[in-house]
Ligand binder design. Sequence first.
Ligand code: SF4
Length: 474
Amino acid sequence: MARHQLSKSTYIRSLQCQKSLYLHKKRPFLRDKMLASQLAKFRRGTAVGKIARDLFPGGIDMTPKSPSQYQIKRSETLQAMADPQVSVIYEAVFQYDEVLIMLDILVREADQWRAIEVKSSRGLSETYREDAYLQYFVLKGNQVALADFELMYINENYILNGELNLRELFISESVMQEAEAHLTQTDSKISLAKETLELNKSPEIKIGPQCRNPYPCDFLGHCWKNIPKNSLLYIAAIPADKRFELFHNGIHQVNQLSENQITPLIREQDKALQKQSFTINNEKFLQLSADFNKQKLAFIKVLYNQPAIPVLQHTKAYSPYFLAISVVITDGLQQELHNWDCSENHDEWQSGFDFLASLSTKADVFISFKDSFLNPLIQSYSSGLKSVKIIDLWEFLKDSDFYVPLINTELQLDTICSFLLDKFTPLKDEAWLLKDLLEDPSKSREMVIPRLQAYASSIMALANFISDKIKTAD
Ligand code: SF4
């Protein structure tokens, strides 16, 4: 049987950029390293897909052990469908028009089949719909008599009370009608992607907003390698579409713009760009950060677990709960380190509040970074902790027009510190820390806690660096 040319993932890649598809297939060695957070998302998706199988028990699993088994599993899927004893198939493999798909769940319904694709998200994105249209196209090409095609995803309002109730946890939405309506478009998109793969060199596609939309492309390093570091493409104050339009019209530097095109913010950002430094509205930052002048500050890093399938009683899907906390308290030149974790017994996660309450006598203000959970969790907890002031440094920076010329990088604490601070040791990605702690709580605690401490210390280093720069500027 002929090998496939496209899969669900390569097809979705082609919708974002044909060049990305070409490079992925023909020049994979040019790819950037995959972020740990992307790997974590992938693992979460697989776990949810497996749990959803319990709604349709007793199925035959067609998951190929390796790509060499795709064609065997494809034949076995067809054989299983022909066997009246088989009512459910997991990861059913189909191929049509050189596109290979693996459908999460296929359920027999009288003389028809119900196709179900499971998503670990709390809603359906455009990408998920496109993915479903492709699968429907392939199933239709295989003349599978479909009773329905459904996308199944997580019900964000479900609360775990006693046993996990899968019927309430998942929501199903039929997308068969819209997939049918999109058949011609899907066909054209497949043809375009296959034409790209026939090329003997990479398609001439210019860099553009598609490089980060809907996902950051993993060939950014390759396609952007000749863009000078001081290019106008790195000026965030110019909207993305406009930046690329100017760039492709030969305007590569801010000083090529006319005076009336240069706003004060663009000028400020360009100064930072030329010096490869940062810019911030000093006045706004000082106003917001008045609390930083307090004597005792606590810099805090929390590692949360946020399972797609709720594991703790009375929690919803994706509810965050504390897994480990590190705090650095400063008092003048003195520093104290405090750590807490419940990695061996997650049921005790609420004792994290007591830990924080015990520290609230030692510090007036807790400073976190990009932590949208901490404040709401503390507010939901009925204790004296409500008097604790939590400041998210990232929110302060954003509200103070903070800018670093790192357009193509996720602005994490790690990337900002690496860019701004001399001698900064990169932090281990949180997704890996979480994985380590969940897989082996006892062993990895020795490794995870010091790394969380490093995060808390980095928040402190960044806050001090910016405050010092502003004071020097004054
Ligand atoms: S970096 Fe941009 S132009 Fe290059 S392959 Fe990715 S999306 Fe396409």
